[in-house]
Design a protein around this ligand. Sequence first.
Ligand SMILES: [Zn+2]
Length: 398
Amino acid sequence: MFSSNFKDKIKQKINLLELIKEYTDLKPAGDNIWQGRCPHPDHDDTTPSFRVWKNNDNTWSWACMGCHVGKKDTKDNKYRNYGSDCFAFVQWMSDHKNSKHIYSFTESIMILADKYNIPYCSDDKNNKIASLLEKNYIKAKCFNINLSNQTKKYLYNRGLDDYDIQKWCIGSNLFKSGFRITFPLFDSKKNVLGFSSRLISKQNNYSKYINSKESECFHKRSFLYGIHLLDESCDEIRITEGVFDVILSNKYNTKNVVATLGTAFTKEHVSIIKHLNKKPVFCLDGDKAGQRATYNAVKLLAEEGIYSKICILPNNMDLADLANQKKNDLEKYIQDNSLLYFQFLLKDCSKLFDSKLNELRLNFLPKILDVAKSVNTKEEKIIFNNFIQERFGIKQIC
Ligand SMILES: [Zn+2]
């Protein structure tokens, strides 16, 4: 994944002696040789078994005479022979009996590049954004390869299968707040702009989801998750909240579902929708917060002359739940259950109007029932009932 030029650049920049001194004391032991106690977590070294030396070509090497790592003879070696350069050192240090994760070769390159602020670049793309995108792409692949069984089990429970996991390049990684599921944030060209990561098990002190920080390539105010799978043949764009809403709708062939990932709908989103020239359909939770968010979003779009449709989801369900329930009928459900802009905006008014009317009806009912006594013939009854229904909206009094 990285060019050999890039790896050489890191090797040249790193003084292995200084790097290893962060883990153990090293003292000169001859020309260009230093020695000290082995820094490996599993090696309780009482004698100085560990050596670092500078080769004639100015490259560095290391070896532990106790662990026999870094030496060519690897017979009876407890650990994999990673080699004897700086990358090997990082991998070897992560490979111990209490290790939660052993770094891959690629990860060891990334760790050192980050530590020494060496910008990522392949040979022809040498600007900062390209470098960030490449770094994110590699991270996404690494996280995906590292996907733990616990995470997979969680994803299966949410209704995903292995195909979905690969399609969205879902992975997992250890963060300060514990293990998180990682979702690469793709732009319309499928560049990885950053990540959304979700805690696997609930922890009170940390947010369930965190998104990458703003950067040259990731701007959360204009980001829509799922935008890379936009289908031109569908003239609507369905807007929802979370990653699972998008992934599961897409799994069941509901097209053009995107999510703002916990960010309120912004003016930047409005200009994207305008540019795409598609009818927005909001599929947000029916709870108060969801309705409030929908109201604000549709008003923002209306200011630009774009009138959305609104699909209010059944109680306590998000779009992901509904997708798992309706499966391939989700598309039809959204079409059949979407309110037009005016219906949504007047929904509360018409509710209030109806309740006031009912109040009035109840006030007048005793009087109406009283005069109904005067109605006797069949013809009179028809005229009376028609009058009451037309005038007061009350059916069949007598
Ligand atoms: Zn050792």
